[in-house]
Design a binder for this molecule. Structure first.
Ligand code: C2E
Ligand code: MG
Ligand code: MG
Length: 449
């Protein structure tokens, strides 16, 4: 239809150009051109018009190319100009700009004057690269250009490509790790800082990738969300954490220091520890239709009392007004499971979300506020958050306490519950058991007089 090279012969020409570059040390470029809104041409005017447009575009691109360049049609509305013998990237971006300028001139399709715009992705490589490498990178560049809008040119950014490749690698390793149950869970203690006693733990996922080394949840949780693995990951964490929590509760029962039946989050006047379990749940997980059934199963399997269990979710769940999410939250609430709003105060979060949502049991003040507690204004903000929480009958937990000063200020603000490196780093289940055996007493900073 266009009398250009097709994908196969285009790749062959590109590989030939790269091979020639190996001999003379010159660069080869791929300028990938993707028409803007081509689908809507097909949909609005029909496939015949689409084909006519492509047939008309092809000579325009060829005309803008330099002598010695090859033009191939790689996909429906994707054209590649293969440029051998370059000495700089500029030559390739100049070419991309002139191709787009030529396309922007009105030309004739079936006798009618037409204007199209296109985006271009540019990549330049030495002879050690393959055609497949360059086309993949040009594809990434074109997608970046499209994000900026019609008529843009982007040069492939190795760092951006690297980030994308890394995310793929993370997702690939993670899938295997979830199947093999290779993730671990650590627990950060939460203390009643008024009486200096353990009231619960937050479960945090940990993972070491066999190819990339230890990764933080800030990297692998978003990767899991993107790769559709978050429900499976969350289920592993949930089941493991429930089993561990039941073992701590047995210890509490055995030593007679407490019952662990949901009196946590600060039973006034008592110094017996409790170990309520809190698990982070991603918004995507909550949207999964089977979520409640998974929770039920994990609780039943382990024998964990639902009233000692709670989930931490972020503000985005509140912003999302979907039936699935609403009924999941209601179901949790009906089971006596606590719902905590994590990272309170950052992003879109506002006091409004507290008033809008009646099922909420507690707020976790984001650690960025706790970190600034030496500033009087921040103390006022935290004080206000505590007042709002109290007015709505919510627990309030200060996150990320690192210094004795922050701890003292939190207490002054009336914040009764806290966690942070000062009070206890995330540790394994055995260390939590040891803490429970020792009476769950907050060691270093001690209760306020
Ligand atoms: P988060 O829920 O806000 O968890 C608290 C994070 O703060 C944890 O980081 C914890 O290790 C860290 N932290 C605790 N105390 C301190 C402190 O004093 N100073 C500082 N600088 N940091 C402190 P981590 O474990 O890296 O987790 C990061 C985030 O990843 C969590 O934030 C949570 O949103 C998410 N996450 C962790 N595990 C899971 C999981 O199993 N499922 C889901 N969906 N998300 C998880
Ligand atoms: Mg959390
Ligand atoms: Mg948090």
């Amino acid at each position: 239809m266009t009398s250009l090279d097709n994908r196969t012969s285009g790749y062959r020409r590109l590989d030939d150009a790269l091979a020639a570059g190996r001999d003379d040390g010159r660069l080869t470029a791929v300028v990938l051109i993707d028409l803007d809104g081509f689908r809507s041409v097909n949909e609005t005017f029909g496939f015949a018009a689409g084909d006519a447009l492509l047939a008309a575009v092809a000579p325009v691109i060829s005309g803008a190319a330099r002598r010695g360049d090859a033009v191939a049609r790689l996909g429906a509305d994707q054209f590649a100009v293969i440029c051998p013998g370059l000495t700089s990237t500029f030559e390739a971006t100049d070419l991309a700009t002139s191709v787009l300028a030529a396309l922007a001139e009105p030309f004739s399709v079936e006798g009618r004057g037409t204007v199209v715009t296109a985006c271009a992705g540019v990549v330049v490589g030495h002879g050690n690269r393959t055609a497949a490498d360059l086309v993949r990178e040009a594809d990434i560049a074109v997608a970046a250009a499209k994000r900026r809008g019609p008529g843009h040119v982007e040069v492939f950014d190795a760092a951006a490509g690297g980030a994308l490749r890394r995310r793929w690698a993370v997702a690939t390793d993670l899938r295997a790790a979830i199947d093999a149950d290779d993730l671990t869970v650590v627990y950060q203690p939460v203390f009643d800082i008024e009486i200096g006693v353990l009231v619960g733990v937050e479960a945090l996922a940990r993972w070491t990738s066999p190819t990339l080394g230890p990764l933080g949840p800030d990297e692998f949780v978003p990767a899991a969300e993107q790769a559709g693995l978050i429900a499976a990951l969350g289920e592993r964490v949930l089941r493991r954490a429930c089993r561990d929590a039941v073992a701590w509760h047995r210890l509490l029962d055995g030593t007679g220091t407490g019952t662990g039946t949901g009196t946590g989050d600060g039973s006034v006047g008592s110094s017996a520890p409790t170990v309520d379990l809190r698990v982070n749940v991603s918004p995507l997980q909550l949207r999964t239709p089977g979520f409640l059934a998974t929770v039920d199963d994990a609780l039943a399997d382990s024998g964990l009392d639902p009233s000692t269990f709670g989930i931490e979710i972020t503000e985005s769940v509140w912003l999302e007004d979907s039936d699935t999410v609403r009924s999941a939250l209601r179901g949790l609430h009906e089971r006596g499971i606590r719902i905590l709003l994590d990272d309170f105060g950052v992003g879109h979060s506002s006091l409004g979300s507290v008033t809008r949502f009646p099922l909420l049991d507690g707020l976790k003040i984001d650690r960025s506020f706790v970190a600034e507690l030496s500033v009087a204004r921040s103390e006022a903000v935290v004080g206000a958050m505590v007042s709002v929480a109290e007015a709505f009958g919510l627990d309030v937990i200060g996150e990320g306490v690192e210094t004795p000063e922050q701890l003292a200020t939190l207490r002054r603000c009336g914040c009764r519950l806290a966690q942070g490196y000062l009070l206890g780093r995330p540790t394994d289940a055995d260390s939590v058991a040891a803490l429970v055996r020792a009476g769950g007493v907050l060691a270093a900073p001690g209760p306020s007089p």
